[in-house]
Design a protein around this ligand. Structure first.
Ligand code: ZN
Length: 328
């Protein structure tokens, strides 16, 4: 049978798994609950259950070359989760490679979830054929990933690409990570909502736009999706929130561009459902925050793969890191 990899995407709510070939063609997509609240061992047991299911579906294991896992947090080169997975209590300290090897006699590779989706975009999505690219996922936080010279760059302890915690304002807003002024506090979904609530509270009597009125009625109910509905309707206060968030994001992207000079920046995550308007506004600001020669050689595009990026990247990483490239 064709050489195949198992790709697993570990999320706080669901575990997803596939079997795929080196070209990204996959089968047996399966989703089961993570049961994160039951602790790290239960999460591992559920990963085993999913792998068992996928091997059973295949009817054989000989052609499976390894298991790839995308997980919240950081995984070091020995496959140990060393931190950063606060939504998975008890997951820190898990020795992923050893556990999968002991249970299935299969080699495993693992990486931070956004690092893994970055690799999927590079192999099969918005970064195909682009040797140097960075990815930023704009969601409840901001994650990132780096492909450098056609290789996934994880850093020496699996912690590279934490773009959400680039500081865009000295002594700025307090971040959950302990630092102040991280871009995540301005351009993630909660960051955008927090800015919107502040801007609406400060709006003068001439600025009581429909957006301001709705926000002030129930600030706790505001979502970034609602903010962007008003942005697209050209509400002036909502537009100001949007410009503010995009400029902060552009500061971070400017730092990334000057550091890496990539060919492409791929923007993904839930906030990007707002679409083209975010890219256009970011591009307007980026030249203020990095060298024009670098900005001129870098494109900014939307991610293409959506929610299957996690499993695809995890499987692709097996082919990449175990050096098992498909040969006829
Ligand atoms: Zn931070």
């Amino acid at each position: 049978m064709e050489k195949s990899a198992i790709g697993i995407d570990l999320g706080g709510t669901n575990l997803k798994g596939i079997v795929m070939n080196g070209a990204g063609k996959y089968r047996h997509l399966k989703r089961i609950p993570t049961e994160a609240h039951k602790g790290g061992q239960k999460v591992l047991d559920n990963i085993f259950k999913l792998i068992e299911h996928l091997i059973k579906k295949e009817g054989a294991q000989d052609h499976i070359i390894g298991v790839g896992l995308g997980t919240p947090g950081f995984v070091d080169h020995n496959g140990v989760v060393i931190g950063g997975a606060e939504n998975l209590p008890g997951w820190k300290g898990t020795s992923v490679y050893e556990a999968i090897r002991a249970k299935f006699n299969l080699p495993a590779v693992a990486g931070n979830d956004v690092t893994v989706t970055t690799f999927a975009e590079y192999k099969f999505g918005a970064g195909r054929g682009i040797p140097n690219l960075v990815c930023l996922a704009l969601g409840t936080g901001i994650g990132g990933g780096i492909v450098a010279d056609d290789h996934l760059y994880k850093g020496s302890h699996g912690m590279a690409g934490e773009f959400g915690h680039l500081i865009v304002e000295t002594n700025g807003r307090q971040c959950t990570c302990g630092l102040k002024g991280c871009v995540e506090q301005y351009a993630s979904a909660p960051g955008i909502v927090a800015a919107a609530v502040r801007f609406c509270a400060e709006a003068g009597p001439q600025e009581l736009t429909p957006f301001v009125k709705e926000t002030l009625k129930d600030p706790a109910a505001l979502t970034s999706k609602t903010v962007y509905e008003y942005v697209l309707a050209q509400d002036p206060v909502a537009l100001r929130v949007h410009e503010y968030a995009c400029e902060k994001l552009a500061v971070a992207i400017g730092i990334i561009l000057n550091a890496f000079s990539p060919d492409r920046v791929v923007l993904g995550g839930g906030v990007m459902k707002a679409g083209r308007i975010i890219i256009d506004t970011v591009l307007k600001f980026v030249p203020r925050y990095c060298w024009p020669e670098i900005a001129a050689r870098c494109s900014v595009v939307a991610a293409e793969l959506g929610e299957d990026a996690g499993v695809l990247g995890a499987g692709a990483m097996v082919f990449e890191e175990l050096n098992f490239h498909d040969r006829p």
